[in-house]
Write a new protein. Structure first.
Length: 317
């Protein structure tokens, strides 16, 4: 009986140890690479693969069933993943799809606190390689999703999300582009697409069920959207160089569309209250549009074709 008791206890201990097992795989090829993995909890999995020289990877996971994958190909790349909670997933890929040494000096970090969040960063090479890009994802809450994709050199992207079920996507192709996304609340959606050099995009949303999209194709463009409330939508499309568009919406159920085709156009849209609609279309160069709507259910439609046109719309209850 005593022997049987000890056998049962050993079996229970083995089962418990198996249930709590974490798994880590590290594979390094090159010189001077550094990797640190710390996992606390149950059934966490981490894999780190580094090819090249002087790459650094740090992974910290605390919780249950978290997953992290860090890949570096090139030299002097830095990757950091920190996850606290359950069922979070993080992936960082730097330089894969090109030859070793073509993608250098990239920095990527994913920080997640909550449950079932997903953060993914890709820093891949173009024909000349992708170097010196910086990307960060910071998420707190549950069921948030963030993706950063950078192709080129000296691009910077940051995504910060707090709440439930927020989605953010950033795509950068070119050099010296900057994207910043902040979302606080639930069910917000943000996309930024930048093709060219020296573009700057900012999306800030505080509230629930807001949608903001910024598309930039050209050089030196600025697009900014701030939405504070619920069920608002902002769309900014820029094709050309040195265009500027700023949309600020406060309240509920606003819609703003800004389309700029040409160079050095300026658009400002301010909507406060309930259920406003603003459409601004600029085709040409050096056009200026200003829209300010306050109150309830105002509509504005501005179309500018040519050069050096100016428009001011102000509507209030």
């Amino acid at each position: 009986m005593k022997k049987l008791f000890f056998s049962a206890a050993a079996l229970m201990c083995g089962t418990l140890m198996f249930a709590q097992s974490n798994d880590s795989d590290v594979n390094q090829v090159g010189n001077g690479n550094s990797s640190a993995v710390s996992q606390t909890g149950m059934t966490n999995y981490s894999t780190v693969e580094q090819w090249g020289d002087l790459n650094s990877a740090d992974v910290m996971q605390d919780g249950t069933s978290n997953y992290s994958d860090v890949d570096s190909l090139g030299d002097d790349n830095d990757a950091t993943a920190s996850q606290t909670g359950d069922f979070n997933s993080s992936e960082i890929h730097q330089g894969f799809g090109t030859g070793a040494g073509l993608n250098d000096g990239n920095s990527a970090s994913v920080t997640q606190d909550g449950n079932s969040n997903y953060g993914h960063i890709d820093q891949y090479g173009d024909a000349d390689g992708s170097d010196d890009n910086t990307s960060s994802i910071d998420q707190s809450g549950d069921f948030n999703y963030a993706y950063n994709d950078q192709v080129g050199d000296f691009n910077t992207s940051s995504i910060q999300q707090a709440g439930l079920s927020n989605d953010a996507f950033v795509y950068q192709i070119g050099d010296n582009n900057l994207s910043q996304v902040w979302q606080t609340g639930d069910d917000n959606y943000s996309t930024v697409d930048q093709i060219g050099d020296g573009n700057w995009a900012q999306n800030e949303q505080i509230g629930d069920i807001n949608d903001s999209d910024i598309n930039q194709n050209g050089n030196g463009n600025y697009g900014g959207a701030g939405q504070y409330g619920d069920d608002n939508e902002s769309n900014i499309d820029q094709a050309g160089d040195f265009n500027q568009a700023l949309t600020i919406q406060t309240g509920t159920l606003h819609l703003s569309n800004v389309t700029q085709t040409g160079d050095s156009n300026l658009s400002e849209v301010y909507q406060d209250g309930l259920s406003h609609l603003s459409d601004v279309t600029q085709t040409g160069d050096l056009n200026g549009s200003y829209v300010d709507q306050n109150g309830t259910t105002h509509t504005s439609d501005v179309i500018q074709t040519g050069n050096n046109n100016s428009s001011i719309v102000s509507q209030n209850d």
